[in-house]
Design a protein around this ligand. Sequence first.
Ligand code: PEP
Length: 256
Amino acid sequence: MRRPLISGNWKMNLNHYEAITIVQKLVYTIPNETYETVDVSVHPPFTDIRSVQTVIEADSLDIFLGAQHCHWDDHGAYTGEISPVFLAKLDVDYVVCGHSERRELFGETDEMVAAKVEAILRHEMLPIMCVGETLDEREAGVTEDKVLAQVRAGLADRSAEQVASLVIAYEPIWAIGTGRTATADDAQAVCAAIRSVVSTDWGSDAGAAVRIQYGGSVKSGNTTELMAMPDIDGALVGGASLDADEFARIVQFAAG
Ligand code: PEP
């Protein structure tokens, strides 16, 4: 049985004071028993991670700590980059990689994403690897070609055990931050195709175990419908995760 994972991607929002406030608000808004059926991660900007980690550890919170990306090398002359070693030292659990904003705005390639996936796993954290098509690609009917190629490229050289442990986030680019959501049936079809490729390339155990999130304008109003889909195991939530009450509602709807 796959545990759903709801992840809040705060992008370049919330300073460390605001981040602490939102985590504390989540704690008293989400009932403790919710964490029995759903995993929750928050992905603050790098400058907030230490503050959020302190709150999570001091109060033994059931929230997983996340990051939004990292470099693939441990150390070196990469001005402005963050090493996976630093994130592991802060007890980060999940690291988003290959987000479409990183791919489109900062030139991340499939090869870079694959190197990040390897580095994140090497430091005993779990990747949330994002894949997704543009509107032009969807309209041209090549959604699955694009997405499945990204899955194969990003996970190339990873073992079946590694693939079974990680998270793939299917995020149609045209649905991110636009208020447009893929219909639950369309999202399910792509997530099922992803699971099928994982089963074919890494074995049926990996296919059955890998968690696949949907991302793209997820709100409390569409969570139940998306989560009812057999191949959708959670959500990567951007805008709606900046509002603690709304994010808490999404978590609770995901818990069922
Ligand atoms: C995201 O940040 O990955 C995302 C899906 O954003 P939003 O929920 O705002 O569309």
